[in-house]
Design a protein around this ligand. Structure first.
Ligand code: SF4
Ligand code: ZN
Ligand code: ZN
Length: 313
């Protein structure tokens, strides 16, 4: 069967949300075009200085690849964090990643939780367990990743920080925050997130309209070598996300394009709500000086370290 787009080459992919069958070249071009469109809407220009948060996973490689077609690669800086998870963060993976980024002309800077926070993720988890606490590894991991990425963005004077979250991640986040009634978090999702502190570098997600299956196929067609080993902590992930994920996939299967509509409709609502917003600047943490939520003395990360007995208040 021929490609519905070029009508020349053999179709290899069915894109359920458009109903089109595409050849390899047209599929890759479609993803690049959609990322380009979203990146432009997010304020990324060819002259932007962008810190790309990479992990060595497929989405971060797709992000680096697609952004390097939009932004001068000399203005892109990749930032990788080694969390310190036994059997997960492999040295050779960072080498592979570095090689690929080099081929695109992107510089890579790397750090680890151990070097930046003082403890590896495994150490944080075991210390909190030893105190009888049941804090999920992902809670430590997500919070410290966000903090270090923001600090790195500031250090390199980036205009924007780009992360590799795809459409599936974004739709899940929107639905979870809706279910929790977390209006403040909801207002920070979206195409032009609110910047509630001068200490925050604006975070954008150029892949937020690309399905996860599409980033997988893109990586496969491009022959990327990426980390396929699953994080050992993934099975302990909060169940809410897993349930929402399952429900969303069932709806997507019944009604192709469902996830895309969730994000696009939310963008319209979010835009309106942000215009009406009267949120002020976030306070700063008394211990580390980073922004924290309204009404808090310490940031979530410092609170976690205090409760795990790794920091004193
Ligand atoms: Fe971090 Fe959790 Fe992801 Fe593992 S699964 S890398 S602990 S967020
Ligand atoms: Zn084609
Ligand atoms: Zn703090």
């Amino acid at each position: 069967m021929k490609c519905d787009n070029c009508e020349l080459r053999q179709a290899e992919i069915l894109q359920p949300h458009t109903g089109k069958r595409l050849c390899r070249e047209c599929f890759l071009a479609d993803i690049q075009e959609r990322v380009g469109k979203e990146a432009k809407r997010l304020g990324i220009t060819s002259a932007s200085r962008v810190l790309i948060a990479v992990s060595g996973g497929k989405d971060s490689l797709v992000l680096a690849d697609t952004l390097s077609r939009i932004v001068d690669p000399g203005k892109l800086i990749a930032f990788n964090i080694v969390e310190g998870i036994r059997g997960y963060n492999r040295e050779d993976q960072v080498k592979e990643l570095n090689q690929y980024l080099k081929s695109l002309g992107i510089e890579l800077i790397s750090t680890s939780f151990k070097a930046s926070v003082g403890y590896s993720l495994d150490e944080m988890v075991s210390s909190s367990k030893a105190r009888g606490l049941n804090i999920a590894a992902c809670t430590f991991c997500g919070g410290f990743r966000r903090k270090l990425i923001n600090q790195a963005g500031r250090d390199v004077k980036a205009d924007l920080v780009a992360t590799g979250h795809n459409l599936d991640d974004e739709a899940q986040t929107i639905i979870i925050n809706l279910l929790r009634g977390d209006v403040k978090k909801l207002m920070r999702v979206g195409e032009s997130p609110l910047k509630l502190s001068d200490k925050f570098v604006m975070r954008v997600k150029p892949l937020r309209k690309i399905y996860e299956w599409e980033t997988t196929i893109y990586a496969y067609f491009k022959g990327f070598k990426f980390q396929e080993v699953e994080c050992p902590y993934i099975s302990a992930r909060p169940t809410m996300r897993a349930k929402v994920r399952e429900l969303m996939y069932a709806l997507e299967e019944k009604s192709p394009g469902f996830l895309l509509r969730v994000v696009e409709n939310f963008d319209r609502i979010g835009e309106e709500a942000r215009r009406e917003s009267r949120l002020s600047t976030l306070p700063t943490c008394k211990l580390c000086g980073e922004p924290t939520s309204f009404g808090r003395e310490y940031c979530k990360n410092c609170e976690l370290l205090i409760s795990a007995g790794l920091k004193s208040s």
